[in-house]
Design a protein around this ligand. Structure first.
Ligand code: ADP
Length: 238
């Protein structure tokens, strides 16, 4: 199995006045293609910072981060933005859908930035919304959908440009247990179909049952790594 994400001695230091906060304090880690990795740890341990560094949303103070063959820590802000648009998908706790756009338009949006023609964008968005079970909600705006439905739209959006890696920050934090299992089955099935890798920050024990590895973070460092499910295991009943 080959590594899709490699972190080598990565640091992220924040300065608050005279204080130095070592949010990520010398992490080296390899995540393999097709893995579902969970990042766990107490509040303030550095999970979100680590996720943002891996996703190219923030730059490390020191150390190298490679996704595929690209050293993302060496990219300019513009290059990083392009890289994210092409190769990375995001799912957030609060969905971050655009309220004035329909489900269809929200899912098609990332493809606009990638220069996909309108007809093709809408076709892809339709297919994705069908695959997340929202065939009859395409013209609905976020406020006209339940939390679970909104998260389905944001999952469809994350997969729109067929990214190599999907990063999720507490993706089921606002959902009930049954919906959490439904979402996780959906995401892991989609990721398995396209051989995508997922990195998920979560407190949810339900989610960690899907993980191939659980990476425990404490004080900006890896405390330990636990092995989870085999990647070929059957899906879990919701
Ligand atoms: P977690 O996701 O595990 O709750 P974070 O990665 O958000 O942890 O934060 C790790 C540490 O870095 C915390 O002490 C937090 O206060 C600090 N931190 C995070 N972001 C910033 C920032 N933009 N400026 C200053 N300190 C920050």
């Amino acid at each position: 199995m080959s590594a899709i994400i490699t972190l080598d001695n990565v640091y992220r230091v924040y300065r608050m006045g005279n204080e130095k906060i070592m949010a990520v304090n010398g992490i080296s880690l390899e995540i393999n293609e097709g893995e579902i990795c969970c990042l766990q740890g107490p509040s303030g341990s550095g999970k979100s910072t680590l996720l943002h560094l891996m996703a190219g949303l923030e730059k490390p103070t020191k150390g190298s981060i490679t996704i595929g063959k690209t050293r993302i820590d060496l990219l300019s802000e513009n290059q990083l933005a392009l890289f994210r648009q092409k190769h990375v998908g995001f799912i957030f706790q609060n969905y971050y859908l655009i309220p004035t756009l329909t489900a269809l338009e929200n899912v098609a949006l990332p493809l606009t930035f990638c220069g996909v023609p309108r007809k093709k964008r809408l076709k892809r968005a339709k297919e994705l919304l069908e695959s997340v079970g929202l065939k009859d909600r395409m013209r609905h705006k976020p406020s006209e959908m339940s939390g679970g439905q909104q998260q389905r739209v944001s999952i469809a959006r994350a997969f729109a440009n067929n990214p190599k890696v999907i990063f999720a920050d507490e993706p089921t934090g606002n959902l009930d247990t049954t919906t959490t299992y439904e979402m996780m089955n959906l995401m892991t099935e989609m990721a398995k179909t396209w051989n995508q890798t997922m990195v998920i920050v979560t407190h949810d024990l339900e989610i960690t049952t899907y993980a191939s590895r659980i990476i425990k973070i404490r004080d900006g460092k890896i405390e330990k790594i636990e092995n989870g499910r085999d990647l070929n295991d059957e899906k879990i009943d919701a």
